[in-house]
Design a protein around this ligand. Structure first.
Ligand SMILES: CC(C)(COP(=O)(O)OP(=O)(O)OC[C@H]1O[C@@H](n2cnc3c(N)ncnc32)[C@H](O)[C@@H]1OP(=O)(O)O)[C@@H](O)C(=O)NCCC(=O)NCCS
Length: 180
């Protein structure tokens, strides 16, 4: 297994075409999409494969698999990405999904956020990384805060969530803060 970067229990690796079926199903699982702008329409392997091809052809996105370092090494746990990479202002926005609800809350998200952030600052020489989440997504906010992100803004009533509109939290981290 070739690792893009390695943490303690998970690493980031290139996504492969044979990851698509597993990855597709995550976005059909209400336990995973509860606080995401997903799950509105069924996700298909064809649309996921098309997304995979499009993102890999883009120089404004980096998308990597989050995978177990040990037994079974390389097994896909989630996907994390840098998007809207702006090479002038040197910014990017992070997306993340830990795919199986049973794998949530075990520290994988925090570890993956730290790894992609290191890639953004140390390898891509970006200046700032950001993330946005529904204001119901306490686990996501906490995972980003544990990785050093701070709340920068609350955007009012951005998403319809079951029976009400919820705010969006915008978090950010500067390279100088990351380096300390
Ligand atoms: C959000 C997500 C990436 C977080 O990753 P994770 O591996 O589950 O999170 P971690 O275990 O690294 O850390 C989460 C932290 O938030 C806490 N947390 C989790 N759920 C929480 C909740 N509902 N309320 C309060 N805190 C919560 C955990 O206890 C942990 O903090 P701690 O270590 O101080 O105890 C993951 O749950 C996920 O992919 N969810 C579905 C998709 C999604 O929401 N993606 C994010 C879009 S921005």
């Amino acid at each position: 297994m070739i690792w893009f970067s390695e943490g303690e229990r998970i690493g980031l690796r290139a996504l492969r075409a044979d990851d698509v079926p597993r990855w597709t199903q995550w976005f059909n699982d209400p336990a995973v999409t509860a606080d995401l702008n997903k799950g509105l329409y069924p996700n298909t392997e064809a649309s996921q494969a098309e997304f995979f091809e499009r993102i890999h052809a883009s120089r404004h996105d980096v998308l990597l698999g989050i995978a177990a370092l040990r037994i079974p090494a390389g097994e896909l746990v989630g996907v994390i990405g840098l998007h809207h990479i702006d090479w002038v202002h040197r910014r990017a926005d992070i997306s993340i999904v830990i795919g199986e609800a049973s794998s949530h809350g075990q520290g994988f998200g925090t570890e993956a956020i730290r790894l992609i952030t290191a890639h953004a600052f140390d390898t891509l020489n970006l200046h700032k990384v950001t993330a946005g989440m529904w204001a119901t997504n306490l686990g996501s906010r906490r995972a980003f805060e544990k990785a050093g992100f701070v709340l920068e803004a609350t955007i009012r009533q951005s998403y319809w969530h079951r029976d009400r509109y919820v705010d969006e939290w915008r978090l950010g981290l500067l390279a100088e803060e990351w380096r300390g």
